[in-house]
Design a protein around this ligand. Structure first.
Ligand code: FAD
Length: 401
């Protein structure tokens, strides 16, 4: 059996690992990435790489080429797959053609950038991989003013990195509060106050209209006419699944459509991770990418042997000395009629969204030690009332809102 994987992000490498540990000895695994990094690295490490000039590329590589050799995975770096031929079960790269019996598409995503004028100017960046990070880190060393467009998790982590590098850092968010997918209005405002007290400037409810400069970025203009000086502008405004290889041969919508076996619309071709759309969702997170990749790999070896049932989502913000985690929250909890329990303290905010004695979503800001118990109740769908005493032991003043 020839297993072929396009992509060496967390979905690709997780699938390769499962195949390598369970496949028969005659089967082969060939994996491709168009990146030039020799091995696998974790994207969540990128913000700290940008913040710390001493970190080298080798420091963020989790699996080097030797790891792939030991696992009998034939990883081709710097090799872009340009076409999938479904009639011949083969793929063409910029270097060669390869046949496959089972193919996994794990091509991830690109950054989605809003239509801002002036994007072609030097020192306007989007952020997806280590090559972007190297350029950004180099520029941060020379600049004084950083503008981050987008107050989501990635935007705030990069803003924190820029602030740690000593730049005046401004975050501009289109929605009325920070982290619109992880926090409600009240939590977003509290987070904004905390970040402002640490020296960051935050503008919410604002749209960047253009980036201005002759050759390099010099300032940005906001739709209300205000301009802000900028030596570096970073757009962290969401993702766009990389589906160009698939769009003419497979069923796609936002991403590559997959069923519960992670099968695409064509036999023997699977998809997982940020490029895959399951029941209308593209998760854009590591844990769902790993779950999907593991199940896809299992089904590639043993057709339809395991079902995927969707993932429970959680996001953690990694900003110096700040703890923030949101579980299952996606912005519309208030409209769903959930009961709410809430606690507000100094730089602390906890909100539980409850239905039929189960935690459906949660926001935890500033109280790290709450996470294990709330995660246990949420993940295992346990009765809240049976476990409330453990939460109240940490925050006695948690009350119904
Ligand atoms: C800076 C940053 C920080 C993040 N932090 C977190 C976090 O803290 N927690 C979390 O849950 N998620 C985080 N994410 C999101 C997370 O990294 C993604 O959900 C995850 O990487 C998706 O994995 P993937 O394998 O599907 O795609 P990717 O990681 O994007 O990997 C896809 C790979 O396929 C390659 N590829 C694409 N097309 C081709 C082609 N035609 N030929 C060859 N190779 C190709 C790409 O170059 C890439 O290497 C972060 C993302 C970024 C950018």
């Amino acid at each position: 059996m020839e297993y072929v994987i396009i992509g060496n992000g967390v979905a690709g490498v997780s699938a390769a690992q499962v195949l390598s540990s369970k496949k028969s000895s005659e089967s082969t695994i060939t994996q491709f990435t168009d990146e030039s990094i020799p091995g696998y690295y974790n994207r969540p490490k990128i913000p700290s790489f940008i913040a710390n000039n001493d970190l080298r590329i080798e420091d963020v590589i989790a699996y080097n080429m030797d790891w792939y050799r030991r696992k009998n995975i034939d990883l081709h770096i710097n090799e872009k797959i340009e076409k999938i031929n479904i009639e011949t079960n083969s793929i063409d790269s910029n270097k060669n053609s390869y046949s496959f019996d089972r193919l996994l598409i794990a091509t991830g995503a690109n950054c989605r950038c809003p239509p801002i004028e002036g994007q072609q100017l030097d020192h306007f960046f989007t952020m997806r991989n280590l090559s972007d990070a190297l350029l950004i880190r180099k520029r941060l060393k020379d600049g004084n003013n950083a503008i981050i467009i987008g107050g989501g998790v990635l935007g705030l982590e990069i803003a924190n990195a820029a602030a740690l590098q000593g730049l005046n850092t401004t975050v501009i968010e289109f929605f009325s509060h920070l982290l619109p997918r992880q926090l409600d209005e009240e939590g977003g405002q509290l987070l904004q106050e905390i970040l402002e007290s640490r020296g960051m400037s935050i503008l919410v409810d604002k749209t960047v209209q253009s980036v201005i400069g002759s050759k390099e970025v010099e300032q940005i203009q906001i739709k209300d006419g205000k301009t802000i000086p900028a030596d570096v502008v970073l757009a962290c405004t969401g993702i766009e699944p990389r589906i160009s290889l698939a769009k003419d041969i497979l069923k796609v919508r936002m991403g590559i459509l997959v069923n519960e076996y992670l099968e695409s619309s064509v036999n023997n071709i699977y998809a997982a991770g940020d490029c895959a759309e399951f029941q209308g969702k593209i998760y854009g997170l590591i844990p769902p990418s790993i779950q999907q990749a593991n199940i896809a790999a299992t089904n590639m070896m043993n057709s339809r042997s395991e079902k995927y049932q969707g993932s429970k989502i959680s996001s953690t913000l990694k900003v110096t000395d700040l703890f923030l985690c949101s579980l299952g929250y996606n912005g519309n909890e208030h409209e769903l009629g959930y009961e709410v329990m809430k606690y507000i303290g100094k730089e602390q905010y906890v909100k539980l969204f409850i239905q039929e004695d189960k935690i459906k979503a949660a926001i935890i800001l500033g109280i790290r030690k709450l996470l294990p118990i709330i995660k246990k109740i949420y993940n295992n769908e346990l009765s809240l009332s049976n476990n409330l005493s453990e939460i109240k032991a940490i925050i006695p003043n948690l009350n119904e809102a």
